[in-house]
Write a protein that binds this ligand. Sequence first.
Ligand SMILES: NC(=O)c1ccc[n+]([C@@H]2O[C@H](COP(=O)([O-])OP(=O)(O)OC[C@H]3O[C@@H](n4cnc5c(N)ncnc54)[C@H](OP(=O)(O)O)[C@@H]3O)[C@@H](O)[C@H]2O)c1
Length: 332
Amino acid sequence: MEIALSIPLQGGNVHAGTSFGSMTPKLSQKNSMFLLGMGFVGQSLARKLHNLGWVVSGTCTTSLRKKQLQDTGFHVHLFDANHPDLDVLQLVKSYTHILVSVPPVVDIGDPMLQHEELIRSSLANGDLQWLGYLSSTSVYGDCDGALVDEDYPTNPESDFAKLRLTSEEGWSNLSHYLGISPLIFRLGGIYGPGRSAVDTIIKQKPASEGQKRRKYRKYTSRVHVEDICQALMATLYAPSPSEVYNIVDDDPAPREEVFEYAMKLVEKKWPELKLRSVEQRQKEMPIVNPRGEKRVSNDRMKRELGVQLLYPDYRSGLNSIIDNIHSPFHIH
Ligand SMILES: NC(=O)c1ccc[n+]([C@@H]2O[C@H](COP(=O)([O-])OP(=O)(O)OC[C@H]3O[C@@H](n4cnc5c(N)ncnc54)[C@H](OP(=O)(O)O)[C@@H]3O)[C@@H](O)[C@H]2O)c1
């Protein structure tokens, strides 16, 4: 089977509408990644793998999103896990690697795994060698400030975190059924260009509900999207990776500290911007009990996968993000 492919350039810009017919590789001849959910992490990984010569394709749920992704050069399929398209599932079977980014939904669970039998039968006897599932450190629950490695007992508290753990188990079972070792990546709060405290401040947006809930935690694990990609890619070549990896940076700092730092960076770079003060922002945030405290260990990621973090703490990550914003009036 042949897959048409558009070529993302370094940095993510691609010539829309470019035809690469003569360069179209055969899936069976090379590594190929299918991204179930081409969101923030999925797109970043897609660019990197493509630059390494992988065949990459992915999904999104709306025509508008599909057009946006196609305009930046990605090859994308419309796919809603609630009503899985059999043609897309058949296509996935010919890929060597799948990354699942689709989050669970309260009252539904994992939208893909609602159709587990269908997915099993669609993917069985295919070319799949690697299946990664993007999970969250929320599965550990409140650990009273403990250092939490991958062997720490999971104890999810919120409904969403419970569903997350069920999703992990479901994708793990599915992988075993297909005869491959599952890879579960427990991610800290994801940030990167376009999605960071710097971006929130420049856009003068109030904190999201998730941000509000996290505000009063003493420790909030986070990770830059580039480092997530590094870790994911390290497992592609690791001879026998573990089943679960925490993917977080070295510095689980409080969220308010990160915002204050981001605010200073923005004020220094664009003193003319009239920003809401940290105090004003804090007033917008409800006081909640400090729950879910934990310091998530990334030792296994470093030791087994050899990952050297590009952004070991929020300072290095935010500095790199602001350095690459040339005008605060041109970010969306
Ligand atoms: N945000 C965080 O700080 C954080 C922390 C830990 C873990 N995570 C989890 O890590 C994963 C990757 O994060 P991300 O930031 O890359 O996520 P994201 O940008 O929200 O991307 C999620 C992707 O899943 C797709 N999707 C959602 N519902 C779907 C459905 N019913 N059927 C098919 N596709 C569906 C979305 O499609 P559209 O593109 O059409 O929307 C999108 O492509 C997610 O599961 C996220 O929940 C996030």
